[in-house]
Design a protein around this ligand. Structure first.
Ligand SMILES: CCCCCCCCCC(=O)SCCNC(=O)CCNC(=O)[C@H](O)C(C)(C)COP(=O)(O)OP(=O)(O)OC[C@H]1O[C@@H](n2cnc3c(N)ncnc32)[C@H](O)[C@@H]1OP(=O)(O)O
Length: 208
């Protein structure tokens, strides 16, 4: 099995683990045994690991492959994961949030909605040919986002003004795509070459 597939397999197992660890009602003894076993597995995985300034060997930064992105990465224990495709400049995302993402009972945490929107807005911005970093994200929570329910997100670029790009996006359910639950407007700023060097220089050197 190729390494990326193995990373995704481990990510799937970790996401299942996070969901079951969130929903389990097993007694204390079982939880302590599980914790001890998991610490052993964690120690084994940590025997060979990378630091902050080294990209994952399975990533292709310039090709857009980020295996551990906390929103879209197949290898991330934190990612729903959100699957995004860009069609005619519109980013369309799909995911289902489990109980690990609960804020108010039965519904998603508001910060999770903002995280999903930041990511999908970013994809629309990159697809427009004006990549940049988020400098502002305004979210409007119109209705709570239900857990364990297929979701549909959209995003598109509205305005490009020099280095500054504005994009908007929404979260709805797959069943009612016309009913916006959360909307967002984001401002992204393209980096100057000196800013790219300052922020990402060490990583780009290892990539080259
Ligand atoms: C396919 C893969 C897709 C990947 C998607 C990933 C999505 C996720 C994206 C993120 O989450 S990025 C992480 C969160 N963002 C950051 O950490 C960025 C932190 N901010 C910075 O480091 C600096 O703001 C930055 C280097 C981006 C820009 O610094 P500058 O000093 O160059 O900004 P400057 O103050 O000169 O402003 C540049 C322009 O942006 C405007 N601007 C800056 N901050 C703003 C703001 N908060 N709101 C509105 N406009 C703003 C500013 O007015 C100005 O407009 P003009 O050029 O028209 O004068």
């Amino acid at each position: 099995m190729k390494r990326r597939e193995a990373i995704t397999e481990l990510g799937d197992a970790l996401r299942t683990l996070a969901e079951h660890a969130t929903t389990t009602e097993m007694p204390a003894g079982d939880l302590l045994r599980a914790a001890a076993e998991l610490r052993e597995i964690a120690a084994r995985l940590g025997e060979r690991s990378r630091g902050r300034s080294t990209l994952p060997s399975a990533d292709d930064l310039l090709g857009g492959v980020r295996m551990y992105n906390p929103v879209t990465g197949g290898g991330s224990a934190l990612a729903p994961p959100l699957r995004i495709e860009v069609v005619a400049g519109v980013a369309i995302g799909r995911c289902t949030l489990g109980l690990a993402f609960e804020g108010p009972p039965r519904f998603a945490h508001g910060g999770v909605s903002a995280m999903l929107l930041d990511q999908i807005l970013g994809h629309a911005v990159v697809a427009s040919g004006n990549p940049g970093m988020t400098v502002r994200l305004d979210t409007v929570y119109r209705a709570p986002v239900p857990l364990l329910t297929p979701l549909r997100l959209t995003a598109e670029v509205r305005h490009v003004d020099g280095r500054r790009v504005t994009a908007t996006g929404t979260i709805a359910t797959e069943a009612e795509p016309g009913t916006t639950l959360v909307s967002a407007s984001g401002t992204f700023v393209g980096l100057r070459a000196d800013q790219t060097r300052r922020l990402f220089g060490p990583v780009l050197q290892t990539e080259a």
